[in-house]
Design a protein around this ligand. Structure first.
Ligand code: FCB
Length: 450
């Protein structure tokens, strides 16, 4: 394999999944602290209270990523560490933590890729309606400007949102993620306010007038495949695609929401939360787009779970995605289909010819651990997916593996381990897996070739 000179090789993490120190140095609670405390919400009653204790062990973790040889590190800032109430009073100790991290990365020639929102809304803002509330978009832009003012001398890659699909549909319609709501109108309003918040945040950071800054968003992109070529299954796959991909990419890069949403939702929502001026804010020109890829979705037509359209949740669109092809599956049960990464990249570019450069901002897997952490399945997975990324004829600038460390895998708790590095949650000891050594050697070989 060979990638152009300057291609970024990185790893990714997020704040709530690794930091721990949930109540330290003035941090306020986020919706994930609240959700994890609800019995049954997270497997095994796990919470992010301690996680991988990265808040205390960040220097060791930076050392591990420097030894890995990556030249980019994607992490997220915890909004409620910086603004414990979500707005108003700034907690300097929170900003200081990220300042130390950024400076140490820079000292070691690792470029920070900072994400402002990886799902951890301050609880104080959820108490005011969360992403259902249009004001949250403005509060997000204020938070973005605050972090940008503090760190833009060390950070030039700014991602507003990670996977707004999950923050809206999974959090407000499916209820599998914080805040655990099961709604129709509220979840679609959350989609819109997240996108609006993204646009306003880009505007507010650009208004700081710092040269050389790049702004982007990270989207999860699962291509959809109808399980048969019957018109019903094909139509179901289109609905699924509208829900997961086009509801986000069309307004971001095409200036409009998918027209199919009207017929998909009918009486469910009046969309009055969309104001005329919003689409031009959402469609701010971007410097890059991040694409997360884990699996393809195989879609069949199915009856709605809730017959009464007025009571339907936003993900109840008459589809069944449980019929998987006969291929290897990861520990998450996800089908291993590297070709889906090629399609995800080429679809995005084909649909939006003026798309900015792309980074693969997450890709990775879990498999049960073996003796000595010889995770050959992970190595094969990564190698095949990197090859699939290369096969796409798009302007691809980098690849980030998810994840540097084992971490809190949301509603699954600590059961599923995505790390190149194993974490013993009793002792917090870090042990690089074979995949860590493989990725290090792979990056080294790439640099020698280019
Ligand atoms: C993505 C999330 C990331 C991690 C991986 C496995 O959807 O962005 O935090 O949980 O899945």
């Amino acid at each position: 394999m060979s990638f152009p000179a300057g291609f970024r090789w990185g790893v990714a993490t997020s704040a709530y999944q690794i930091e721990g120190a949930a109540a330290l140095d003035g941090r306020g609670p986020s919706i994930w602290d609240t959700f994890a405390a609800v019995p049954g919400a997270v497997a095994n009653g796990d919470t992010g209270e301690v996680a991988a204790d990265h808040y205390h062990r960040w220097a060791e973790d930076v050392r591990l990523l420097v030894d890995l040889g990556v030249d980019a590190y994607r992490f997220s800032v915890s909004w409620s560490r910086v603004l414990p109430e979500g707005r108003g009073k700034v907690e300097q100790r929170g900003l200081d933590f990220y300042r130390r991290l950024v400076d140490t990365l820079r000292d070691n020639d690792v470029e920070p890729f900072l994400t402002l929102y990886h799902w951890d809304l301050p609880q104080a803002l959820e108490d005011e309606g969360g992403w259902r509330n249009r004001d949250t978009a403005g509060w997000f832009a204020d938070y973005a400007a605050t972090v940008h003012e503090a760190l833009s001398d060390g950070v030039s890659k700014w991602t507003t949102l990670n996977e707004p699909y999950c923050s809206s549909v999974v959090g407000y319609a499916e209820g599998r993620h914080a805040p655990g709501a099961r709604e129709g109108h509220g979840a679609l309003a959350a989609v819109h306010h997240l996108l609006l918040g993204h646009g306003l945040a880009v505007q507010s950071m650009r208004a700081n007038g710092v040269a050389g800054q790049e702004f982007g968003i990270v989207l999860n992109q699962s291509p959809t495949v109808p399980v048969t070529d019957s018109p019903a299954d094909v139509a179901a796959a289109v609905r699924q695609d509208v829900l997961l991909r086009r509801q986000f990419t069309d307004p971001l890069f095409g200036g409009e929401y998918p027209p199919e949403m009207e017929s998909m939702y009918g009486a469910l929502t009046d969309f009055s939360f969309r104001h005329d001026e919003d689409l031009s804010i959402i469609g701010q020109p971007l410097d890059y787009v991040g694409l997360n890829y884990y699996y393809r979705l195989h879609v069949a037509d199915a009856p709605h779970r809730e017959p009464d359209p007025a009571k339907r949740t936003a993900h109840d669109i008459g589809v069944d995605t449980s019929q998987l092809p006969n291929v290897q599956r990861t520990g998450m049960g996800w089908p291993v289909e590297p070709e889906g990464l090629t399609t995800a990249l080429t679809d995005l570019k084909a649909r939006h010819p003026h798309l900015p450069p792309i980074y693969v901002t997450e890709n990775g897997c879990v498999f049960p651990d073996t003796e000595g952490f010889l995770d050959n399945d992970r190595i094969t997975f990564l190698r095949d997916h990197i090859a699939a990324a290369q096969a796409a004829d798009v302007d691809l600038r980098g690849y980030f593996c998810w994840s540097l460390l084992d971490n809190f895998e949301w509603a699954h708790g600590y059961k599923h381990r995505f790390g190149l590095i194993h974490v013993d949650y009793q002792t917090q000891e870090r042990t690089p897996r074979a995949s860590y050594h493989w990725y290090r050697d792979f990056i080294k070989a790439q640099r020698q070739d280019s």
